[in-house]
Write a protein that binds this ligand. Structure first.
Ligand SMILES: [Zn+2]
Ligand SMILES: [Zn+2]
Length: 509
């Protein structure tokens, strides 16, 4: 992590590793770029914009919402530099006083120029940080400088003022069908490592290309659920050279996991206390790629400190097959613009025969309808998962009594009695497939054939179904894209009170 203290003379950045990340939807960045380059090649232009934010243990995550575009007469067209006139600033100051979102400024530098802030930019940022901070009651202020030329491609720098400190924006994620990442411009151009082309990954490089290998090495992938599906996904991604992993799973290894969990060995059966699943998967990753950075959390995606860590990721993989994790992934995609691939497995059987072996792959992204719109969330099961043990027992008794009365027991408790435990070949296949789609999403080399599909490996032609996906008109999921913590009231799922407060951070290497 390079903290660019040289970035500006008069506005010193934090001197530790804390930093900020910005996510923006692909279509929004295209629109923003078009706006700020309108006086290219020599003259600058800019706009105010709104963003959602969340302070985290490592700094701040930001997500772009929309431009507060200038009206005619809001900016000085006579000068080549970006100059916001008072009427524009004042309108924005009043807006921030009533909006739950924070406000930033973005401006271009002329084509082929670097994006380091000038002395004038320092003055502008000091002024806006102070004024917007006071009108916005302590909300952060963000300033971005963008540039694009055929020689350099897209470059940027950015900084965020929050509670008396300036944080560098290290990365900008452009989230569309592909998740692109841009690093802040540095004084010393970062050398592209050719290590990716070394022997262990020569095959991957020959198929996906060197830029893809570099992209994977540069990526941070969050895996939620590190058992049957998550462990093979991690396994494949480690071999593909993914650079950093955040592993989340609350459970310890149980003997029956040996059948399907990659990274487990006979000796783990004897080990006391039983290791956490995330520890075993971390060992597996390290044994393949000792340079991989790994954070392990014995926790759940609903824990706030787990979400903090996940928000550092380029992409999340949902491997828990639970309703609450699926709902949370969907919320995170909408509110924080962090996309995910959710992988689900269902095996059913009767009279000693397996009747269905379904794999489900769903992409959650801010551009797609949420999990509720596509009816991927079973409300009864969701509620059961989040219910305290006593309440669960009570509901089961009530369901039994209802059944005896001849009433519908499902309104109290529903249990699919035909559902089987999933087995290793199916979970390994889906985990590996999911890892492949993750590689596609990060590199742009290929995409999932549909944003949501299911297949049944025991059916003719694999029984593929890809239901249409559209936002349900009553669903509010499209209304709070990028609102981050300001969308709290619109979250579909939160941690129940009876759960532990935090996930346990086991290690960070
Ligand atoms: Zn400037
Ligand atoms: Zn929805």
């Amino acid at each position: 992590m390079v903290v660019r203290r040289e970035l500006s003379g008069s506005l010193p950045l934090v001197e530790d590793t804390r930093h900020s990340l910005l996510r923006i939807r692909s279509a929004d960045l295209d629109k923003l770029e078009k706006h700020v380059y309108q006086r290219y090649p020599d003259r600058e232009w800019g706009t105010f914009f709104e963003f959602g934010y969340r302070p985290t243990s490592w700094g701040l995550t930001l997500s772009y919402v929309d431009g507060l575009w200038p009206h005619p007469g809001d900016m000085d067209r006579q000068v080549g530099l970006t100059r916001f006139l008072d009427q524009y600033s004042r309108r924005v100051f009043h807006h921030t006083a009533v909006s739950p979102l924070a406000i930033g400024v973005v401006h271009s530098h002329p084509e082929d120029c670097c994006t380091f802030p000038s002395r004038t930019d320092d003055d502008m940022d000091s002024y806006f940080a102070r004024e917007l901070g006071s009108y916005g009651k302590g909300k952060p202020y963000c300033s971005l400088v963008l540039q694009r030329s055929s020689r350099t491609g897209f470059t940027f720098t950015g900084r965020v003022y929050y509670r008396g400190e300036w944080f560098p924006i290290e990365k900008l994620f452009k989230v569309g069908k592909t998740v692109e990442v841009f690093h802040s411009q540095a004084e010393e151009p970062q050398s592209i490592s050719t290590e990716a082309s070394e022997a262990p990954r020569a095959r991957l490089v020959s198929v996906l290309g060197l830029p893809s290998a570099v992209r994977l090495k540069d990526s941070t992938i969050g895996i939620i659920g590190c058992s049957g599906t998550g462990s093979p996904a991690a396994h494949v991604l480690a071999r593909a050279g993914a650079g950093e992993f955040i592993l989340v799973d609350p459970q310890r290894f149980e003997n029956s996991n040996l059948e399907r969990m990659h990274g487990t060995r006979w000796e783990h059966i004897e080990t006391e206390p039983s290791p956490y699943k995330v520890e075993l998967v971390a060992d597996l990753i390290s044994s393949i790629n000792p340079k991989a950075k790994i954070t392990t959390l014995a926790g759940n995606i609903l824990h706030e400190n787990v979400i903090d860590e996940l928000l550092r990721c380029d992409l999340l993989l949902g491997c828990t097959d639970t309703q609450h994790a699926r709902a949370k992934l969907s919320d995170i995609a909408q509110h924080y613009l962090l996309p995910s691939l959710d992988l689900g497995v269902l095996m059913e059987g009767e009279n000693g025969k397996v009747t269905s072996q379904i794999c489900d792959v769903t992409v959650y992204s801010p551009d797609l309808p949420c999990a509720f719109c596509i009816e991927r969330i079973d409300g009864v099961e969701l509620s059961n998962e989040l219910t305290a043990e006593e309440e669960r027992v009570r509901r089961q008794i009530e369901a039994k009594q209802a059944g005896e009365r001849g009433d519908d027991p499902d309104q109290y408790w529903r249990q699919s009695s035909r559902q089987l435990h999933t087995v290793g070949y199916l979970t390994t296949m889906l985990g590996a497939l999911g890892a492949g789609y993750a590689e596609g999403l990060l590199t742009g080399v290929f995409h999932t054939p549909h944003s949501w599909f299911q297949l049944d490996i025991g059916s003719e032609r694999l029984g593929v179904v890809a239901p249409p996906r559209s936002r349900v008109p009553e669903c509010a999921c499209g209304n709070y894209l990028g609102w981050a913590d300001a969308a709290e009231a619109y979250r579909n799922v939160t941690k129940p009170e009876h759960w532990p407060k935090r996930g346990l951070l086991l290690s960070r290497v």
